[in-house]
Write a protein that binds this ligand. Structure first.
Ligand SMILES: *[C@@H]1O[C@H](CO)[C@@H](O)[C@H](O)[C@H]1NC(C)=O
Ligand SMILES: *[C@@H]1O[C@H](CO)[C@@H](O)[C@H](O)[C@H]1NC(C)=O
Ligand SMILES: *[C@@H]1O[C@H](CO)[C@@H](O)[C@H](O)[C@H]1NC(C)=O
Length: 179
């Protein structure tokens, strides 16, 4: 009797929650982003077995937070070592502002978890676009009179990772929003 009851409980839980769960086709998402290999490596590296859209998106948001934090830390170190090279210091300070906690990408992140958990996916997409724009300006310079800095550090690689991960989040959320 207890056994039958527990089957029934599992069944009822499944009826109420299984329909809400959308299993994600990683391949379909990654086919539509800039770097297929990067995308599938990242998403397939998610530990555990849950591959529904919500948990996979949360995982990717957590990864992006790590990537943004790493970029900020890298910039702190680059600034500390840029010495008397004015242009280099200027470039790193600009990127640091674009990524930092004051009004940059890390600041944008402060609301993302709450927005995502309350299901405000459109706002999360807007936040991701803001972060992508920060990354773009850091790499390309603020204006034509402020051309891209020929940066030989690993910063462009880090910034590009941020851009790619934000793109994947946007792509995944577009599935939730449009279906
Ligand atoms: C791929 O992305 C573009 C926009 O970037 C969108 O218009 C198109 O519908 C997407 N295709 C698929 C198969 O999701
Ligand atoms: C970005 O985050 C992922 C997941 O945490 C990590 O594997 C990767 O090393 C990070 N890359 C950078 C450049 O921070
Ligand atoms: C610094 O930037 C200015 C304006 O872009 C440029 O004219 C100048 O040559 C740069 N100086 C160095 C040392 O790269």
């Amino acid at each position: 009797m207890v056994r039958i009851l527990s089957y029934a409980v599992v069944f009822i839980l499944c009826v109420t929650s299984c329909y809400a769960v959308k299993v994600v086709n990683v391949d379909a998402i990654c086919k539509n982003v800039t770097d297929y290999t990067f995308c599938s490596n990242l998403l397939n590296a998610k530990p555990g077995t849950s591959r529904d859209l919500v948990s996979l998106t949360q995982y990717t948001i957590d990864a992006l937070r790590v990537n943004v934090t790493n970029t900020v830390k890298l910039l702190d170190s680059l600034i500390a070592h840029s010495g008397s090279n004015f242009n280099l210091t200027y470039h790193y300070n600009m990127c640091s502002e674009l990524f930092g906690i004051q009004k940059g990408a890390l600041h944008t992140f402060e609301d993302v978890d709450k927005l995502f958990k309350t299901g405000d996916y459109e706002s999360v997409v807007e936040s991701m676009k803001t972060i992508q724009f920060d990354a773009f300006i850091c790499l390309s310079g603020e204006s034509p009179s402020d051309p891209p800095y020929e940066d030989t550090s690993v910063l462009p690689k880090y910034v590009n990772v941020v851009n790619l991960v934000a793109e994947i989040i946007i792509r995944m959320l577009s599935y939730v929003i449009n279906t």
